[in-house]
Design a protein around this ligand. Structure first.
Ligand code: ADE
Ligand code: ZN
Length: 320
């Protein structure tokens, strides 16, 4: 699996912050953490669900303060991903938590694009940035985010929506996705992680997004599965994340295989690898072992990762 070229379509840059780097950034920026060191941090990574995880994740975000932090974080993830055979990495990043702390959008995005450019030179990996709004905030906040990001329009491939899903349906963000599309962004939305299958349908019907992040709950609804297959909607699934956040407690019933059999373009991704115990290859290994996936099925997952990417088709020649 290591050398097999692949794309990763669902990873949060903030979720790639390894405990050692969190502690290092905290010391360098004078930020106090409630944990003493990397071991204590790892021991704290036992989550009861998405919202409980997000509270730890946002505490981790507090150590990222200056442009250099964002550059180093980006390079570290892309170097690691390249080492796992990732050729194209589409990275979600949520500026709102950093804007709250007065960190300029130019320092955030500037550091990330510096990191993308450096990793392209050094490791030959094609990194792409997707800006993600928090669904537990208002739609007006999300619209304001689009305005703030406008100067970097040519360096941001797409927009997404993450954060606490329950009680925050995609329909709340229909205008945000409309505005993003009008600006020429590609679109993706977290749906059906802790939320119901109806949220996946709403992301398609009301927000008209191109891709669904997770989409786990879609597998419970045969009509929706048929639709995802008919319309070839890519699902960016994250097995280790779903396990660690108790979306599922058993990967032997994980719906990747059933969705593949139904013709849905499923992909395998890491979500927040520093928190969930594995990068993209560990996620492939987990589902391959639990479900006994065949070589042909793994090949399909890998092919789906490229065909579902937001890269220009010319950039993908040879990969498909
Ligand atoms: N932000 C970071 N990780 C997330 C996840 N698993 N679900 C929703 N939002 C997130
Ligand atoms: Zn995610």
């Amino acid at each position: 699996m290591t050398a097999r070229p692949k794309a990763e379509l669902h990873v949060h840059l903030e979720g790639t912050l390894e405990p050692e780097d969190m502690v290092r950034f905290a010391a360098r920026n004078g930020v106090e953490l409630p944990w003493q060191g990397p071991e204590e941090l790892r021991a704290a990574y036992s989550f009861t669900g998405l919202e409980n995880f997000l509270s730890v994740y946002f505490q981790g975000c507090q150590v990222l303060c200056i442009r250099e932090d964002f550059r180093e974080l980006t390079v570290a993830y892309l170097q690691r991903a390249a080492g796992q055979g990732v050729r194209r990495a589409e990275m979600l990043f949520g500026p709102q938590a950093f804007l709250d702390r007065g960190i300029a959008i130019g320092d955030q995005i500037g550091g990330i694009v510096d990191g993308i450019d450096e990793a392209r030179e050094t490791h030959g990996i094609d990194g792409a940035l997707l800006v993600s709004a928090h669904r537990h905030r208002s739609e007006d906040d999300a619209l304001e985010l689009l305005e703030l990001v406008r100067p970097w329009r040519d360096r941001v491939v797409g927009v997404g929506l993450g954060g606490a899903e329950r009680g925050n349906p995609p329909s709340k963000f229909a205008r945000y996705f409309d505005a993003a599309r009008a600006d020429g962004y590609r679109t993706t939305c977290h749906a059906g992680e802790e939320g119901p299958a109806a949220y996946v349908a709403a992301a398609l019907d009301e927000c008209h997004v191109e891709r669904i992040d997770h989409g786990y709950a879609a597998a419970t609804n045969p009509d929706l599965v048929a639709r995802l297959a008919d319309d070839q909607v890519t699902l960016t699934m994250c097995p280790l994340s779903n396990l660690r956040l108790h979306v599922t407690d058993d990967l032997t019933t994980y719906p990747v295989k059933r969705l593949l059999d139904a013709g849905v373009p499923v992909t395998v991704n890491s979500d927040d690898p520093a928190y969930f115990g594995g990068y993209v290859n560990e996620n492939y290994a987990a589902v391959t072992d639990a479900l006994g996936l065949t070589e042909a099925e793994v090949k399909t997952l890998v092919r789906n990762s490229f065909s579902g990417s937001f890269a220009h088709p010319d950039e993908l020649r040879g990969a498909l």
